[in-house]
Design a protein around this ligand. Sequence first.
Ligand code: HEC
Length: 144
Amino acid sequence: MSRMRVLLPVAGLLLAIAGGSQAGQPPDINYQVHCQGCHVPDGSGIPPEVPSLVADMGRFLHVDGGRAYLVQVPGTANSPLDNAEVATLLNWMLVTYARHDLPADFRPYTAAEVARYRAERLLDPAARRGVLLAQLGSGGRPER
Ligand code: HEC
């Protein structure tokens, strides 16, 4: 039973990624074109300026506001990608770089959800990031 609870969301996520990639460029290509200049190919970033997706991205899904944050950071929100492409890209990034931190009840992003979060502008990403990480009990990240 508990195994199904873990496996079903992952299966749904893979289906969502496969389905979503039919529109526009596939997410791995979008990552290469729009994100990896800063986040680098293996997602490890350029700390402390660009955080590691491997270390932190999945952790935000465990705190209120974290799901919105992943959409509202400037790199995501201001990309030229449409909402469906962003949803597919974030789902792909989470599975590729942060699978180890996905909650058991993880639900993939949808275009509608991305649209909702994207409509709200995040004025101070670094501050929001610090607040969310502090809520996770990590004590936040070192000052930049
Ligand atoms: C110009 C450099 C740059 C580019 C390009 C970029 N990002 Fe980022 N990204 C950052 C920085 C810096 C942060 C830390 C938050 C902040 O200060 O904006 C970040 C944070 C994030 C986070 C939250 C992770 C965390 O640990 O805070 C996500 C998700 C993210 N970016 C997604 C993307 C996506 C998706 C793209 C491509 C469509 C992208 N980024 C392109 C620099 C970049």
